[in-house]
Design a binder for this molecule. Structure first.
Ligand code: MN
Length: 493
């Protein structure tokens, strides 16, 4: 996982020279206090660094250029404590290539009725200074997040924190490399897409490899390496006697060693494979993929490079938060009682979402024609989560996010040999599934119990892609109109 501790958000306070040196010194002092306070907040996972206040167009342009060139700077928080005529911001904001958040706050919380005078008014005028700034960001049509509230309020801090996580993922996306073993699963449409456009929009690259490259790397490991990893499996998970099949475990361990080495040595943060292309391999990677996801790698099944990248980005966004993040697939429904979705995959669900100690199991796999793959089997903790899909609709990427509530299954699944998650989508399955299908969302998703709609919305805003929200307030007729309007808007764009 990338080192968040070194990443920075720059806190920049805008002003002008109209007020003389004394108020400007006060502006700088107050800005530094706010930056220092935000920096100390645990809800913001990166450093918040105070930068000298900007009072001229040249200072603004220079600061924006400096931000562009600073590898550790993942974004800017901008605040107009006083008034900063916004024509001064045009050159800087136009040159800026890092995300920004417009923090609409005020140094003082209360209105000081008994002491307020014009000096106070002139110093504490974000109420109109930030409106002037807001005009130019709207006029320039720039992606941004506007957060309104007192800077010490938990809600304000939390909103800045969510955005900083999205900015972290955006930073990751610029250099993310996805390894793709084999091609797309035959004739599947939704897992396809324009990889050139994806690189232009998101920054990440997708490189294809023959499965033989992976098999070669696997074969460089010795029996001793393999035995050591098998011992780790036995120590870490439960394993029933009938599943403790040494030959299968050794094959699985060798796959994990080879895959992990291949990804590490190539600098990859995500990968995809397909059961249709396993020449030279005895099993489809199961436990290997599951444990790699738990280490922070993104994964998408059947050549799904978009979901592989998405899962990696969601894992970067979620680091340090409670709750796991996994590749997921909508599998089957329970239409009785309160309708639910059972999510799973053939093998590849990340144990970061496990509610119990995963058990190592070996079962036949009906498809792929290979030996019985080793996999980790577990249930998922109850609680709120999100399912996220990114699709290529031809002239743009669309992200679809559904808020869900994971529930504890009322019954066991004694014959189901895969990890699984049972959830009620919001507002309910009838509306959520129809909305998802109207929007064209994939069967593959990035699933997270650490992230919320806000994180994904902030990421979509930074990336400049369409976002379709499916939540408690979703009404189908409105969603269908939204899809139609968005189609029209992107044609004009
Ligand atoms: Mn699949």
């Amino acid at each position: 996982m990338s080192a968040t501790a070194a990443k920075e958000i720059w806190f920049i306070t805008g002003s002008q020279h109209l007020y003389g040196p004394e108020p400007l010194a006060k502006v700088a002092e107050n800005g530094a206090r706010i930056a220092e306070s935000l920096d100390a907040e645990s809800d913001i996972p990166v450093r918040v660094v105070f930068k000298p206040i900007v009072t001229t167009a040249d200072e603004i342009l220079n600061t924006c250029r400096e931000a562009n060139n600073a590898p550790n700077c993942i974004g800017l928080v901008l605040w107009m404590h006083t008034f900063s005529p916004a024509k001064m911001w045009i050159a800087g904001l136009t040159a800026l290539r890092k995300p920004f958040l417009h923090l609409h706050t005020q140094f003082n919380r209360e209105l000081p009725y008994s002491t307020i005078d014009m000096d106070f008014m002139n110093l504490n005028q974000a109420a109109h200074g930030d409106r002037e700034f807001g005009f130019i960001t709207a006029r320039l049509r720039l992606p941004r997040k506007v957060v309104v509230g007192f800077w010490k309020d938990p809600e304000t801090v939390n909103e800045v924190g969510a955005w900083s996580r999205a900015a972290l993922a955006w930073n990751e996306s610029q250099t993310l490399k996805v390894a793709r073993f084999g091609d797309n699963m035959r004739n599947v449409a939704v897992t396809e897409g324009d990889k050139v456009e994806a690189q232009k929009v998101f920054g990440f690259t997708v490189s294809g490899f023959g499965i033989g490259d992976l098999v070669d790397r696997m074969n460089q490991f010795t029996d001793a390496d393999v035995d050591q990893l098998v011992a780790e499996y036995r120590d870490t998970y439960t394993i029933a006697k009938e599943h403790d099949r040494i030959d299968s475990l050794k094959v699985a361990a060798k796959i994990e060693l080879g895959l992990r080495a291949f990804l590490e040595e190539g600098g990859f943060g995500a990968f995809t494979d397909t059961f249709e292309d396993l020449h030279g391999m005895r099993q489809l990677p199961g436990i290997a993929t599951q444990r790699l996801m738990a280490s922070g790698y993104g994964f998408g099944g059947e050549g799904d490079w978009k979901t592989a990248a998405l899962v990696r980005l969601m894992k970067v966004m979620a680091q340090g938060l409670t709750g796991g993040t996994s590749f997921m697939e909508d599998y089957t429904y329970d239409f009785s009682g309160e309708p639910k979705i059972l999510g799973s995959h053939m093998l590849e669900i990340c144990p970061s979402i496990a509610s119990d100690k995963p058990s190592v199991q070996v079962h036949p796999l009906g498809i792929g024609g290979k030996e019985d793959p080793v996999r980790l089997v577990f249930n998922t903790s109850a609680g709120a989560g999100i399912c996220v899909s990114i699709i290529d609709v031809g002239n743009r990427f669309r992200m679809i996010v559904n808020e869900v509530d994971v529930v504890v299954p009322e019954h066991e699944f004694p014959k189901l040999p895969v990890a699984r998650t049972l959830w009620v989508p919001r507002p309910n399955l009838k509306i959520a599934a129809a909305a998802w299908i109207y929007a064209g969302g994939a069967h593959h998703t990035g699933f997270s119990q650490a992230l919320t709609m806000e994180h994904m919305q902030d990421f979509a805003e930074i990336a400049g892609i369409e976002l379709v929200r499916i939540d408690d307030s979703t009404k189908l007729h409105e969603l269908r109109r939204e899809l139609m309007w968005c189609d029209a808007a992107y044609k004009i764009h």
